[in-house]
Design a binder for this molecule. Structure first.
Ligand code: UDP
Ligand code: MG
Length: 314
């Protein structure tokens, strides 16, 4: 029988964990597949680890990894994925905001023979979320999609089910600054999106303050692409155009025999110098970009299939 691994990053989730375990347990019991839970305790300061110890003692499907301190959800996801052994791998939050009821449908789609390697979930609404937060989230998706080649779906959750080959592709990316939303899309593979309405977390509080979220968004863009470096080109263009504007104005003034204020001579020289500086920084940025991409060390391509791994019967 095939096996499904469910990765669950947990940070101070003592209230949610028993609910999550019970609800998800009920759903997977109905599925024609073996299950393994991989909980990652991300340095919780409440009773999360105690609960995980208890669960793993009474249920051999439960594995857990406990961190020495809080390392953040990305580290939790990576550790969880690394410890999975299933043919299919699912990622879920502990707070039941990711409805376990979708798991059977996800599994069905992955095994339907339609060549899907991932079934991911997307919130269609942002109701119950502060308006400012939603506006910033939308802006973030617009920006990051403008700057990267791959599409990052607005409202996409980390909640998804993937095949082993897609999971391995994600684990093969060696970078340290991980932004999973982009990694999931960068590795490619055919993904099916399931829409659902936003669900409130079962118990406890969100771990994301506005400040933490902003840091996550900016950090995400920085990890995903070196495109922000292009800002220097914009500044170069602005100062250079301003310089040209002044030069033209000076010529017109001089040609029509009018008095040219010394500021009108000084400013274009100053603007030219500043634009030259920005151009220099832009060129430097182009090399920094190459170093960034080289150091990040992602694969040149990701193999989906060869004649050796071709699905049987095709
Ligand atoms: N989480 C984590 N480490 C952290 C913050 C959060 O492992 O530093 C986990 C958390 O326990 C939950 C998931 O990541 O299972 C999503 O967190 P949360 O529900 O607070 O985020 P939101 O749903 O509000 O985006
Ligand atoms: Mg949540």
């Amino acid at each position: 029988m095939k096996k499904l691994s469910i990765v669950v990053p947990c940070y101070n989730e003592e209230e949610c964990l028993p609910l999550f375990y019970e609800k998800t347990g009920e759903v997977v019991a109905q599925m024609p597949i073996e299950t393994e839970f991989v909980f990652v305790d991300d340095g919780s300061t409440d009773g999360t680890l105690r609960i995980l110890r208890e669960l793993s003692a009474k249920d051999k499907r439960v594995k857990y990894v406990s961190f020495s301190r809080n390392f953040g959800k990305e580290a939790g996801l990576y550790a969880g994925l690394k410890h999975t052994t299933g043919d299919f791998v699912s990622v879920m939050d502990a707070d039941l905001q990711d409805p376990p009821d979708l798991l059977p449908k996800m599994y069905e789609i992955l095994t339907s023979g339609e060549d899907y390697d991932c079934v991911a979930s997307r919130r269609t609404t942002r109701k119950n979320e502060p308006k400012v937060r939603s506006a910033f989230a939308r802006l973030f998706y617009k920006l990051i999609n403008k700057m990267t080649d791959t599409e990052i779906m607005d409202g996409a959750r980390d909640f998804r089910m993937m095949t082993r080959r897609m999971t391995d592709a994600i684990l093969s990316l060696p970078e340290r600054e991980r932004f999973s939303k982009e990694l999931f899309s960068w590795v490619g593979f055919k993904t099916k999106w399931l829409d659902y309405e936003n669900i409130e977390r079962a118990k406890g509080q969100t771990k994301w303050s506005f400040k933490k979220l902003t840091k996550y968004a900016v950090g995400g863009i920085e990890s995903a692409t070196p495109a922000l470096l292009k800002i220097n080109l914009v500044f170069f263009a602005l100062f250079f155009l301003a310089c040209i504007g002044f030069v033209i104005a000076d010529i017109v003034l001089a040609a029509t025999g009018q008095y040219v204020n010394f500021l009108f001579i000084l400013l274009p020289i100053l603007f030219f110098c500043v634009s030259a500086l920005f151009f220099g920084i832009f060129v430097l940025g182009e090399y920094v970009k190459k170093i960034f991409l080289q150091v990040r060390g992602r694969a040149l391509y990701i193999e989906k299939e060869t004649e050796q791994t071709r699905p049987k019967g095709e």
